[in-house]
Design a binder for this molecule. Sequence first.
Ligand code: CU
Length: 134
Amino acid sequence: MKKISMLLMALFIGLAAYAEDIKEVVLTTTPQMHCASCETRIKNALKFERGMVRIQTNVEKQTVTVRYDAERVALPRILQLLKEAGYEAKVVDPKAQSAQGGCCGGQSQEGNGGNAGGCCGGKAEGQQTGGGCC
Ligand SMILES: [Cu+2]
């Protein structure tokens, strides 16, 4: 009996040590965020979910950076919560984006090639009036 509880204890301590798996993901949303209330809506959609560490929104760059504990919440769940709030979210891989045009699928690469903000950065001229690149 004692042996078993010792074993359980050891297991528990082991689990506790690996209970956190903090990951960070950068998302873009459709429709785009355009004001503080959009940001609030997105934050509210996520902040009560367990495992959330930090939610950062950036209207200018059109990004939502979510830091979460992957042991407690999975990425598909995060995407689903955003969808329920009315925002279709898409994962942005910053490396893939600079290499192949990312979320725009490379359609407007020439114009955005030198733009460090990426295709959805919102800083590129004409994108806002053009109804967004995505
Ligand atoms: Cu808004």
